[in-house]
Design a binder for this molecule. Structure first.
Ligand code: GCU
Length: 677
C-alpha cells in the first residue's frame, strides 16, 4: 500500500487499450548505444515498464537498430551515428529534447542523454493520460539551473521538513541504503530537475570529512543514471572548524588552498558535481563579514575553486540583521538590496545569487523581491519553497503555484521596459548565461515523500515551472491529478477546484492584505500567533496598535522600501490609492477603518476574510468526501483525515485572528460574529 505514495505521479495505472491505442503503441524500444547506468539506458527501461504497466504491452529493448515501428530514444548524435542523417535536425539547447509521435514509430531525441530521458518521461506522461495525439515538437529549458534544495542535517533530521527523516543522512554520515535517494532522483528526472543540494543551507562542517565525501559520492552515483547532479551546502567556517586553520578569511592563502584541495577531492569522487550552495552571514551562519570582506569576496572564493570543474556557486541573498522596532525607518525587507546592489558585477561568472521570491521569508503574500530589479551584471535564481513551512506544514491543502506565479509573472518595469521576473532569473532580460530556480523541497522517509499525498502537486508543478515558467498553474495541476489519481472526470474537477481555492483560502484565514504572516514566527512557524510578529528584532512587524496597523514602507514617510523598485512600480506602491488591497498593509500604516478598494474597511475585511476562508476550507472536506470510492481507500482515508484536521484548524485560525484584532481595535464586526453580542 505504501507504493501508492512512493510512486507519486509515476503510477502508470493500467488503462484499457483502444484500437487507436493498439495502432499507436510501438512494438519495440530502441535505446541508442546505451551503456548500463546511462540515462538513455534508464529511458529504455522506463519506456518498457511504463508500456507494460499502462497498456500491458511487452516491448523488447534493443540498442543498435533503428526499427521504424519502435520508439527510438537517444541523443541526436547517437541517432545520427546509428540511424543516419536527419533532414531537419531540431534546434535543441542543453537538456532539451525532440518528441515525435507523428511519423512511423516514435522518436525521442535529446540534446544530451538527460534530455532523452526527459523526453521518455514526457511520452509516458502522455500515454498515462490516455493521450495518443500526434505531436512533433522540440522543447528546451527556460534556464540551465533547475535545482532542488534539501535542508537535511547530518544527524538525519530535516530543518522545516514534514515528511519524516532524511533519505540521505543518519548519525553524522550517509545512509547505507540509498534506494530512496535513487527513487527521488527518478521522480525529479521526470520533472526535469537536474540537481539536488542534499544538505541543509545551515550546513555542518563535518559534511566534508573524507568519509562523508565518499558517502556523497555514493549519493551522486545513484543520482547519475537519472541525469541528476549532486550539490553540496557549505559552512563558511569549515577550514577552521574541520581543517584546523586559525582563520576562515576568504582572502587568506591557506583558506583558499584549503577550499581548492577539498574541491579537488570532491571532484575526484564526483566528477560531475553541480556546485555549492552557500548561506553566509545570515541568521548566525559564519561568513566573510567576520574579516570585513564583502559577500562577493566570499562567493568568489568558492567560484574560483569550482571553475576548473565547471561547477556553480549558488549564493543566497537571504542576508539581514536583527533590527530595532522603535525605529520606524528600519526595514528587514530592504536588506537584500542594501547588501547586494553595491556588489552588482563583482561576482564571478559562475556565481548565481539565489533570491527568495519575496523580501522577507516565504510568506503567504509578499511583493516580488526588489533585488530582481537591482542586479544587471549578476546571475540570479528564484528560490521558492515546496515544503509548506509557514503555509500549513503539509497539514493544510495548499497548491502553491498561483502564489509563485504572482512573482514569476510580475513585471518590474526596469528602465520602463518589460521586465517580467521570469525573464530576469532565466537570464533573458539582462543577457545572463546562467540562471534558473531552486526549490526547498525537504522530502523524507515518509511513504508520501512530503508527508501528504496532495502536497506532491507542488513538487510536480515546481519542476514544470522551472522548465517553463510561462505554463499555466491549473493545466499543470490537471496533468498531476490525472497522473496521480487516474482519469475520472469528477476526481479531476473536484481536486482541481479544491487545489485552486486552497491558497486564497489559506490567505483568508491566516494573514490578509499583505500583513505578511500572522503565524507563529518565533518557534514553530505553525498556527496563529499574531502577537509574535512584534516586539522583537526579527523585523516581521505588523505595527498593530488599538487604532492602526501595517508597515509604512513609502519613501515619503516610511522606510523607503518602495524606492527599491523601478520608478513605475515604486509609484504604484508609494501611493495608498494605487496599492492593491492584497498588499496594502505591507506598504502602508493605516487605520483599521481605512476603506479598501473593495469598499470594506480593513478590520471588516479581516473579519470577513477569516470567516470566508474557514468556510472554504470546510468545503474541501465535503468536496473530497464526494470522491469516496473513486480513490483507493488508503489514499482516500489519509487525505480525508488531513482535510478533517484542516477544517478544524481553519476555525482555530479564524477565531484566534478575529478575536485578537477585535480585542485590540474594539471595533465591532458588522455581521456580529465576533466578540460577545
Ligand atoms: C527560514 C527558515 C529557516 C531557514 C531560513 C533560510 O527562516 O525558518 O529554517 O534556515 O529560512 O532560508 O536560510
Amino acid at each position: 500500500a505504501a507504493e501508492n505514495g512512493l510512486k507519486g505521479w509515476l503510477r502508470y495505472e493500467s488503462l484499457p487499450c483502444s484500437s487507436q491505442c493498439r495502432r499507436n503503441l510501438p512494438s519495440g524500444i530502441v535505446a541508442l548505444n546505451a551503456t548500463e547506468t546511462s540515462p538513455v539506458y534508464v529511458a529504455g527501461l522506463e519506456l518498457q515498464e511504463g508500456l507494460k504497466d499502462i497498456y500491458g504491452s511487452h516491448a523488447q529493448i534493443t540498442h543498435s537498430q533503428c526499427e521504424t515501428d519502435s520508439v527510438v530514444v537517444g541523443t541526436i548524435d547517437q541517432y545520427r551515428q546509428t540511424c543516419g542523417r536527419m533532414d531537419e535536425p531540431p534546434e535543441l539547447d542543453e537538456d532539451g529534447f525532440w518528441l515525435s509521435t507523428s511519423g512511423q514509430g516514435v522518436q525521442i531525441l535529446g540534446q544530451n542523454e538527460r534530455g532523452a530521458l526527459y523526453g521518455a518521461f514526457e511520452y509516458l506522461s502522455m500515454l498515462a493520460q490516455g493521450n495518443f495525439s500526434e505531436v512533433a515538437y522540440s522543447t528546451n529549458p527556460s534556464a540551465p539551473v533547475r535545482w532542488v534544495n534539501q535542508w537535511d542535517n547530518m544527524d538525519g533530521s530535516i530543518e522545516r521538513g514534514y515528511g519524516g527523516e532524511s533519505i540521505f543522512f543518519k548519525d553524522g554520515g550517509i545512509v547505507n541504503d540509498l534506494s530512496r535517494a535513487a527513487q527521488y532522483a527518478r521522480l525529479l528526472a521526470s520533472i526535469r530537475i537536474n540537481a539536488v543540494v542534499v544538505n541543509n543551507v545551515n550546513a555542518n562542517a563535518t559534511t566534508l570529512t573524507p568519509q562523508n565525501i565518499e558517502g556523497l559520492g555514493r549519493i551522486a552515483d545513484v543520482f547519475r543514471p537519472y541525469g541528476v547532479q549532486l550539490g553540496i551546502s557549505l559552512n563558511f567556517a569549515t577550514p577552521q572548524i574541520l581543517g584546523g586553520l586559525s582563520t576562515y578569511d576568504p582572502l587568506n592563502k591557506c583558506v583558499i588552498q584549503w577550499w581548492t584541495n577539498v574541491t579537488a577531492q570532491i571532484y575526484k569522487r564526483v566528477p560531475d558535481m553541480a556546485g555549492y550552495l552557500v548561506k553566509a552571514d545570515s541568521e548566525g551562519e559564519p561568513g566573510p563579514e567576520t574579516y570585513n570582506r564583502t559577500l562577493a569576496q566570499g562567493a568568489n572564493l568558492f567560484a574560483k575553486a569550482l571553475q576548473p570543474y565547471g561547477g556553480i556557486v549558488m549564493f543566497r541573498a537571504f542576508v539581514y540583521n536583527q533590527l530595532n522596532e522603535s525605529n520606524w525607518k528600519a526595514d528587514r525587507a530592504k536588506a537584500a538590496v542594501d547588501f547586494f546592489k553595491p556588489l552588482d558585477g563583482k561576482f564571478e561568472e559562475n556565481v548565481i545569487v539565489q533570491i527568495k521570491y519575496g523580501p522577507i521569508d516565504f510568506q503567504v503574500r509578499e511583493p516580488t523581491s526588489p533585488l530582481f530589479a537591482n542586479l544587471f551584471h549578476t546571475n540570479t535564481a528564484l528560490e521558492v519553497e515546496v515544503t509548506q513551512e509557514y503555509l500549513g506544514q503539509q497539514s493544510h491543502l495548499l497548491y502553491l503555484p498561483p502564489l509563485w506565479k504572482t512573482v514569476m509573472d510580475f513585471d518590474l518595469r526596469v528602465e520602463r521596459q518589460p521586465s517580467v521576473v521570469r525573464d530576469i532569473y532565466t537570464g533573458k532580460r539582462f543577457n545572463r548565461k546562467l540562471g534558473g530556480s531552486a526549490a526547498v523541497v525537504n522530502v523524507g522517509t515518509n511513504a508520501t515523500w512530503l508527508g501528504s499525498h496532495l502536497s506532491m502537486s507542488n513538487l510536480y508543478a515546481y519542476g514544470r515551472l522551472a522548465w517553463d515558467p510561462t505554463e499555466d498553474a491549473q493545466e499543470i495541476l490537471e496533468d498531476w491529478i490525472r497522473l496521480t489519481f487516474g482519469l475520472d472526470n469528477k476526481v479531476l474537477q473536484t481536486l482541481t477546484r479544491m487545489s485552486m481555492e486552497s491558497w486564497p483560502a489559506y490567505e483568508n484565514y491566516s494573514g490578509n492584505l499583505g500583513i505578511q504572516t500572522l503565524t507563529d514566527i518565533l518557534y514553530t512557524h505553525y498556527g496563529p500567533n499574531p502577537a509574535s510578529q512584534d516586539n522583537n528584532g526579527w523585523g516581521q512587524w505588523t505595527r498593530a496598535n488599538h487604532k492602526t496597523i501595517g508597515m509604512d514602507r513609502t519613501v515619503s514617510k516610511g522606510t523607503g522600501y518602495t524606492g527599491q523598485y523601478p520608478a513605475e512600480v515604486a509609484a504604484i506602491y508609494e501611493n495608498l490609492d494605487t496599492t492593491p488591497d492584497n498588499l496594502v498593509l505591507w506598504f502602508h500604516h493605516v487605520n483599521y477603518t481605512h476603506r479598501l478598494h473593495s469598499g470594506k474597511t480593513v478590520i471588516q475585511h479581516f473579519y470577513d476574510a477569516h470567516y470566508e476562508g474557514a468556510v472554504t476550507a470546510q468545503t474541501f472536506l465535503t468536496q473530497w468526501e464526494s470522491l469516496e470510492g473513486k480513490v483507493d481507500p488508503e489514499r482516500y482515508e489519509d487525505i480525508r483525515r488531513r482535510l478533517d484536521y484542516q477544517t478544524g484548524h481553519s476555525i482555530v485560525w479564524r477565531d484566534a485572528i478575529v478575536n485578537f484584532y477585535h480585542n485590540l481595535s474594539r471595533i465591532p464586526d458588522e455581521m456580529k460574529r465576533v466578540g460577545n453580542h
